[in-house]
Design a protein around this ligand. Structure first.
Ligand code: ARG
Length: 594
């Protein structure tokens, strides 16, 4: 099937097209009016329509005083409505207040859209973005340090960005910008040589926990000046490319990598590593280019770049002549724009790094790598997220105030959801494998959802009891709601593919219509979540969907055994399909049975 060049699933855009005809017909003197169409919000229980066009007031303020046939914004609204071309999307229109044009969608059109989606697949509802390729720089832990709960946020949110962009037909380079370079490696390598004079003995098991290894080497570094000196020499020899040092560095990286990989595997997250060391060879050339552009100056022995609006400079060569985090990021950004031809480059770290990225992007604009205007492509965006807090309101730590290990946290989420699952009568009979699979999906899903549903900027409190509650806005509630819909379909004994081919859908009951309307809004919501990088918008949509299904539709409309059975089964199937797509975009594995 040929893919349409535009997204036919986006109701807002389809309606805007009607207004694109009506607006110039209403005010021929104003040529480039962009239709302002939005879904209607329910105000004190009343809703005048499903969508509204909000152009009348703006137009009125432009044309008043001129010679015009209109006597006020309401009259402009009336004319906009009268000039709408006929469309099978629209059931009725009305004008409210100062010219808002309210549109009620046709029930039949909503039903047809749902059937079409069920037959052609939900990918036909994917957003379209004006770009082909993006880089998402996420997770990016540091070698030899434990991947902790802060990296978890970056990993989970970044994966969802990548998934939303991929769904929107954008090729995504999922970049793990690991911290695999820097002065700490001198210390680690020297310590490695001391502990394992024979390189053959270095194995993951031998080094054991890299974090402990890191700490021990740091103690040694701080207490023995002779060791410290050797460590500093080691950095020079490593950077000079000496074989023995390079090998040791690679061994250490490899052990970390294996550890990181285990976590990614469990979370179902794909990443491609291009660590800091990858960009090393590019740094001198990039700095040379910036120097020629007159951007680099001396400052207290260091080489720096000043950017507009910020007093402190971006240090690109340290006073000891070494490169740093910023020089690496400059080289990486240039590489991503010029070599990889990425049109949107998205970085995910905690908000603490906001100023670093602000300066980086401003430097890139000064260099002419990025356009000055933030609205156009290529563009770079830093998404900063808040801290993960414990229930005491402080940074999330274990009782012995250690950094919480990600692996332990995932184990606990899974074990708790397993215990809860086994308390249900139904699950007691399940084969062990199924219990495992379900408790994993629910446990990991809960951790991810708790993170994604928050506005990413705010700090968030990590609380197992809350995230694993089967009531309220949690993954557990949502996954079970999905499973319940699947069981309704199973209970009907009907072959849903068969029903799809033959049935008609009618949305005569108010609650059927409300559910159908929410379903056709999926596409515009994903588009908004994707363009503005707001996974919480998608979470809210999903939660509302399951509320409308459960509290309205399923409470008031009998499905199995009713006269409307086929039609309602299709509505169930459409709901389950949209829910599964939401789960997919949020990186959550659906469950079909509870
Ligand atoms: N390794 C860094 C950290 O853990 C994050 C790197 C983010 N990406 C980047 N291109 N700077 O803090």
């Amino acid at each position: 099937m040929a893919v349409d060049a535009e997204n036919v699933g986006n109701v807002k855009r389809q309606l805007a097209k009607l207004f694109e005809v009506s607006l110039p017909a209403t005010v021929p003197s104003e040529t480039d009016i962009v239709p302002l169409v939005d879904a209607c919000i329910v105000k004190s229980g009343v809703r005048f329509g499903d969508y509204q066009c909000n152009n009348a007031m703006g137009i009125w303020s432009k044309i008043r005083g001129e010679e015009t046939e209109f006597r006020g914004p309401a009259a402009v609204g009336q004319a906009i409505m009268n000039n709408l071309p006929p469309s099978d999307m629209v059931e009725s229109c009305s004008v409210a207040g100062p010219g808002f044009v309210n549109v009620v969608l046709s029930r039949n059109w909503i039903a047809q859209s749902l059937i079409k989606m069920l037959i052609d697949g939900i990918d036909t509802w994917a957003p379209r973005l004006p770009i082909k390729r993006a880089v998402v720089d996420f997770s990016s832990p540091n070698i030899a340090k434990e991947m902790h709960v802060g990296h978890l946020r970056s990993t989970i949110i970044g994966d969802t960005f990548a998934r939303m962009l991929e769904f929107s037909h954008v090729e995504v380079l999922r970049r793990n910008h690991v911290g695999d370079w820097g002065t700490q490696f001198g210390m680690l390598i020297e310590f490695l040589f001391e502990k394992f004079p024979n390189p053959e003995d270095v194995k993951e098991a031998a080094i054991g926990d890299l974090q402990t290894f890191y700490k021990a080497s740091k103690v040694r570094f701080d207490s023995d000046p002779e060791f410290k000196h050797r460590a500093q020499q080691a950095v020079v020899r490593l950077q000079g490319g000496e074989d023995k040092y390079h090998k040791a560095w690679k061994q250490i990286c490899e052990i970390s990598r294996t550890e990181f990989h285990r976590v990614y595997e469990r979370l179902g997250v794909k990443l491609e590593e291009k660590g800091e060391s990858f960009y090393n060879p590019y740094i001198p050339g990039v700095l040379e280019e910036l120097n020629k552009k007159g951007m680099i100056e001396d400052n207290e022995g260091a080489r720096v770049i000043f950017v507009p609006g910020i007093k402190i400079p971006l240090i690109v060569v340290k006073s000891d002549g070494g490169y740093n985090y910023a020089s690496t990021d400059l080289a990486a950004l240039r590489y991503r724009i010029n070599e990889e031809k990425a049109e949107w480059i998205i970085y995910l770290t905690d908000v603490g790094q906001q100023q670093h990225f602000d300066m980086l992007f401003k430097a890139a604009k000064r260099a002419g790598w990025l356009p000055a205007d933030d609205g156009s492509y290529p563009k770079a965006t830093h998404v900063g997220f808040g801290l993960v807090l414990g229930e005491d309101g402080k940074r999330f730590r274990t009782r012995s105030s250690e950094v919480v290990r990600l692996a332990d946290l995932l184990d606990e989420a899974k074990n708790r959801s397993k215990t809860a699952l086994l308390e249900r009568d139904t699950a007691k009979e399940w084969p062990e494998e199924e219990v495992e699979k379900t408790s994993q999906a629910v446990g990991y899903g809960a951790v991810k959802y708790a993170d994604l549903k928050n506005n990413k900027l705010t700090n968030y409190t990590f609380n197992f009891d809350q995230m694993l509650n089967d009531k309220g806005n949690t993954a557990v509630y949502l996954l079970y709601a999905h499973a319940r819909i699947c069981s309704i379909i199973r209970k009907s004994g009907k072959d849903i593919e068969e029903v799809k081919r033959n049935a008609k859908m009618a949305l005569d009951h108010e609650d059927e219509r409300a559910l159908g309307l929410h379903l056709v809004q999926f596409s515009e919501v994903v588009e908004e979540a994707c363009i503005n990088l707001l996974p919480n918008v998608l979470c809210e949509y999903l939660y509302n969907l399951s509320e409308i299904f459960t509290k309205k539709f399923y409470s008031n409309c009998q499905v199995v055994g009713s006269a409307e059975e086929s039609s309602r089964l299709l509505l169930c199937e459409a709901t389950a399909t949209v829910m599964r797509k939401c789960f997919h975009l949020l990186g959550i594995e659906p469950v079909y049975k509870i």
